[in-house]
Design a protein around this ligand. Structure first.
Ligand SMILES: Cc1ncc(COP(=O)(O)O)c(C=O)c1O
Length: 409
């Protein structure tokens, strides 16, 4: 007999994709406990600690007893600091009362989607995608409509087909997700393409759910433009960003939404019913993050750029790997289709074998819905250059051994 607590669950809850990064982390940790020297390219967080001055600010806030609830939208100084930060960087005109602080960017995504999508509505999701957007949409009875990014080869990387986006629109479409810089592909969409997307959104009256959580991880060759820099962002954009990646604060759970004031007033009602407010002393630390010394962030991004170059050079020596140089975020997303064909396998089996044979954890592209990722793997370069060299050396060894075994058969 099935228990009522189980039987009465909405089926969709059981159908949601988990976040594969967390599942693979658990498997990699299990191997490490067995004594294996695991190299983990699966992780989606900087490997450096939160800078000291930020940690100190949290400690001060705790010692001063700043431990109660705060305003749902966040403490005024933090909302001011966020607005100042965005405006100084992107030439926008965001006001503090247009900012809502959330418990991580993920909660900002949840609030945004819950506020706009209901049963039967559609959200356009360029794929492969960070899983939260389609999964939250499904939970709410809405339907993700996927538009694959186009692979243009090693030199040009991925591009977004704006005409395909337009073809995917229907009368039920409420939103298009624009995650830029893009996880998992490391793409930074060029400004001309953003112009076209904004023009499409205006013309067709759909909203852009914009996630710029990697906006500080933008490398030399990239041309990044924030979607807040468009004069009419208030009519088009629901904006998400956060502290997790930029300040190495993933465990602090701090993100934010930026929306026009009238919308913010309404979203606060949703937010208060979900999480009341973000952690009080973490918000004080976030003010210090934005207004204090940016040296540690700049050094981290410079370091990640060097690691990126190491990773791309090394991966390009692996047979069957096609590697575009990521321009943003901290992920390489090589295409391994030829290798899969040579070996007659699929990407999930490949990733499993690699983990157990060589103790190297990478994520299968299928961890990023919907199907376009099946020809790819994702490797995070939030790992030291030496470990990148050693990890990719093991990958090459694994591939060469697998190909040799195959040719003997
Ligand atoms: C594109 C994207 N958006 C949002 C998040 C969630 O960030 P947070 O830790 O602030 O919830 C992540 C984390 O991996 C991400 O990659």
């Amino acid at each position: 007999m099935s228990s009522p607590t189980l039987a009465r669950l909405k089926p969709v809850v059981g159908e949601l994709l988990g976040e594969a990064a967390f599942a693979y982390l658990a498997r990699a940790n299990e191997l490490a406990r067995q004594g294996r020297d695991v190299i983990n390219f699966g992780i989606g967080q900087p490997d450096l600690p939160t800078p000291e001055h930020i940690r100190e600010a949290a400690k001060r806030a705790l010692d001063q007893g700043f431990t109660g609830y705060t305003e749902t939208a966040g403490i005024p100084e933090l909302r001011e600091a966020i607005a100042e930060y965005l405006n100084s960087r992107y030439g926008s005109d965001v006001r503090p009362d247009e900012v809502i602080v959330t418990t991580g960017a993920k909660t900002a995504i949840f609030v945004a989607i819950a506020a706009y999508l209901g049963p039967g509505d559609e959200i356009i999701v360029p794929e492969p995608s960070y899983p939260a957007y389609p999964e939250v949409a499904k939970l709410l009875g809405a339907r993700p409509v996927y538009v694959p990014l186009r692979w243009e080869g090693e030199t040009r990387g991925f591009s977004l087909d704006v005409e395909a986006l337009e073809r995917a629109l229907s009368p039920r479409t409420k939103m298009i997700v624009i995650n830029n810089p893009h996880n998992p592909s490391g793409t930074v969409f060029p400004p001309e393409q953003l112009d076209e997307i904004v023009e499409l959104a205006r013309r067709r009256g759909v909203l852009l759910l914009v996630d710029e959580i990697y906006d500080n991880f933008v490398y030399r060759e990239a041309r990044f433009r924030s979607l807040l820099s468009y004069g009419d962002w208030r009519d088009v954009v629901i904006y998400v960003n956060g502290f997790s990646k930029t300040f190495s604060m993933t465990g602090w759970r701090l993100g934010y939404l930026v929306v026009r004031r009238e919308v913010a007033e309404k979203l606060k009602r949703l937010a208060v019913n979900v999480y009341s407010c973000a952690t009080s002393f973490a918000q004080k630390a976030a003010v210090e993050a934005l207004r204090g010394d940016w040296g540690p962030v700049r050094r981290m991004v410079a370091l990640f750029e060097q690691r990126r170059d190491v990773m791309v050079e090394e991966l390009r020596r692996v047979p069957g790997f096609e590697v575009a140089r990521p321009l943003g975020a901290f992920y390489a997303f090589p295409r391994v289709r030829r290798l899969l064909e040579w070996l007659g396998t699929d990407v999930e089996a490949l990733v499993d074998k690699l983990l157990y044979a060589k103790a190297v954890a990478v994520l299968p592209g299928t961890a990023f819905p919907d199907k376009a990722g099946r020809d790819y793997v994702r490797l995070s370069f939030a790992v030291s250059a030496d470990r990148i060299r050693e990890g990719v050396r093991r990958i090459r060894e694994f591939v060469e051994e697998a190909l040799a075994a195959r040719s003997r058969r």
